[in-house]
Design a binder for this molecule. Structure first.
Ligand SMILES: *Cc1c(COP(=O)(O)O)cnc(C)c1O
Length: 399
C-alpha cells in the first residue's frame, strides 16, 4: 500500500538524476485503463426511441456514451459513461490537422433471452491497439475496454433492437487531443464509444451488387496503413466510389499493381469461389500482406469454412489472385460465386464486375440473389451472433 502511494506520487514524472543530466521516467506507474473505476452519469433527458423501420445507419445514437481520457503524464483516467454530448476541442487540436484518429466497428445483438451479446470483441480490441500503436496513440488492455463496453450496453440496453438483422452498432474511436499544430506524438488522447441502433443491411433478402474493377485509384499499398482502421484511409475512397456510381456500380473492387491483384471491395474484404481442375471447390481471399484490413468477419469465415466444409470437396485459400484469373475462370465456367464480408452486412453477394473499357464479368448467383456458400456462411455467423448457437468464445453476454 505504501509502495503504491509512493509510486502514485511519482507517477510518470521525469526525475532528474542529480548531476548526470539524465532522467528516469517512471513509465510503469502510468495508470492503466481500469474498468473497476468506471463511473456512470445517467441522462435526465432520455430520447424517444425510434420505430425500428425508421432506423438509418449511423444517424441516431443512444442516450449515453463511454469516454476515457489519456495523458502522457498520468496514463488512462477514470472511464465514464455520460449522457451523449458534443465534444469541445481547440481548433488547433491535432486530430483536425494530421488525422490522429482510428476507429472500430462492432455490433451488439439481443438474443432470445433478452441478453445483449457482442461478437468476437477481443479481435476488435487487438486491431484497435494495432491502429493506435501505428499512429503513436496510446494502447490499452482490450479486456478492460470490453468490460466498460459491457456496462455501457447495459445502461443503453433498451436501444438494442430486437429481431433478426437488428443490432446496436458500436463505434469505439480514439483521437489525439493535443492542442498544437506541431506534428509530433500526441500527449493527450480521448477514447470514446458511441452506439447507434441499426436495422438489417438487407431488409428483404440479399441484393447482389455490381462492382467496378478499380485500377484508377488505389486504396492501400505495401508499407502503407491499409491494414489499420485509421480514419485517414477512408475519405480518399469516397470520390472513386462516386465515380463508380456515376457509371452504375455500387462499389469499387480495389485492385493493386500491374498484375491487378484483387484486394477488397468498398470497405469490405472479398471472397471468390472457384471450381478447380481436381473437382474441388476453392474458397479464396487475399492474404494479410499489409494491404488488407484484418476483418473479423473475414477471419470468422475462414475459420468456420475450415471447420465445417468437407475438406474432400473444398480447399480454403488465403492467396494472391488477380482480376485476370477471375475473368479467365468465369469464361471457362469455373467461377462459382463471390461476396464481400464485413460487420455491417456479414456478407454481400456480388453479381457482376465491370471494367471501364466495357468488359464485364458475370458472377453466378445460384440461389437467385446469392451463391450457396454466401448464404450458408451468413447463417453460420448470424446464429453465433444472436446466441442461437455457441462457438468457442465468439459470443459474449454483457454482464
Ligand atoms: C472494417 C473493414 C473491413 C471489415 O472488417 P470487419 O471486422 O469484418 O467488420 C474490411 N475492409 C475494410 C477496409 C474495413 O474498413
Amino acid at each position: 500500500m505504501l509502495l503504491r502511494t509512493l509510486l502514485t506520487n511519482l507517477r510518470a514524472r521525469s526525475l532528474p538524476l542529480a548531476g548526470s543530466g539524465m532522467s528516469i521516467r517512471f513509465a510503469s506507474t502510468l495508470a492503466p485503463l481500469d474498468s473497476t473505476k468506471l463511473t456512470i452519469e445517467h441522462t435526465t433527458t432520455p430520447k424517444p426511441k425510434l420505430a425500428k423501420e425508421d432506423l438509418v445507419f449511423g444517424k441516431y445514437f443512444t442516450d449515453h456514451m463511454l469516454e476515457i481520457e489519456w495523458t502522457a503524464s498520468s496514463g488512462w483516467s477514470t472511464p465514464k459513461i455520460t449522457p451523449y454530448h458534443n465534444l469541445s476541442l481547440d481548433p488547433s487540436t491535432i486530430v483536425f490537422h494530421y488525422a490522429f484518429e482510428l476507429f472500430e466497428g462492432m455490433k451488439a445483438y439481443r438474443d432470445s433471452n433478452g441478453d445483449i451479446r457482442t461478437f468476437r470483441g477481443d479481435k476488435n480490441m487487438i486491431r484497435m491497439n494495432k491502429s493506435a500503436e501505428r499512429i503513436a496513440l496510446p494502447t490499452f488492455d482490450g479486456e478492460e475496454l470490453l468490460k466498460c463496453i459491457d456496462k455501457f450496453l447495459l445502461v443503453d440496453r433498451d436501444f438494442v433492437p430486437e429481431g433478426n438483422g437488428y443490432s446496436l452498432y458500436l463505434r469505439p474511436t480514439m483521437i489525439g487531443t493535443t492542442a498544437s499544430l506541431g506534428v509530433g506524438v500526441p500527449d493527450k488522447a480521448l477514447l470514446y464509444v458511441i452506439a447507434s441502433p441499426v436495422g438489417p443491411y438487407y431488409s428483404s433478402g440479399f441484393k447482389p451488387v455490381s462492382l467496378e474493377a478499380t485500377d484508377y485509384a488505389v486504396r492501400a499499398w505495401p508499407g502503407g496503413v491499409g491494414d489499420k482502421k485509421l480514419g485517414a484511409n477512408y475519405a480518399p475512397c469516397v470520390k472513386p466510389q462516386l465515380e463508380a456510381a456515376s457509371r452504375g456500380y455500387a462499389q469499387n473492387l480495389w485492385l493493386f499493381g500491374e498484375e491487378g491483384y484483387i484486394t477488397e471491395v468498398g470497405t469490405m474484404n472479398v471472397f471468390f469461389v472457384f471450381k478447380n481442375q481436381d473437382g474441388k471447390r476453392e474458397l479464396v481471399t487475399a492474404p494479410l500482406d499489409g494491404t488488407i484490413l484484418e476483418g473479423v468477419t473475414r477471419d470468422s469465415i475462414l475459420e468456420l469454412a475450415k471447420d465445417r466444409l468437407d475438406s474432400a470437396e473444398w480447399t480454403i485459400s488465403e492467396r494472391k489472385y488477380t482480376i485476370g484469373e477471375v475473368e479467365e475462370r468465369a469464361n471457362k465456367g469455373e467461377l462459382v460465386e463471390a461476396f464481400g464480408a464485413g460487420t455491417a452486412a456479414i456478407v454481400s453477394p456480388i453479381k457482376s464486375i465491370g471494367f471501364r473499357d466495357g468488359r464485364n464479368i458475370e458472377v453466378p448467383v445460384a440461389l437467385g440473389n446469392s451463391g450457396e456458400l454466401t448464404s450458408q456462411v451468413a447463417e453460420w455467423i448470424r446464429k453465433i451472433q444472436y446466441g442461437e448457437e455457441s462457438y468457442k468464445n465468439w459470443s459474449r453476454v454483457a454482464k
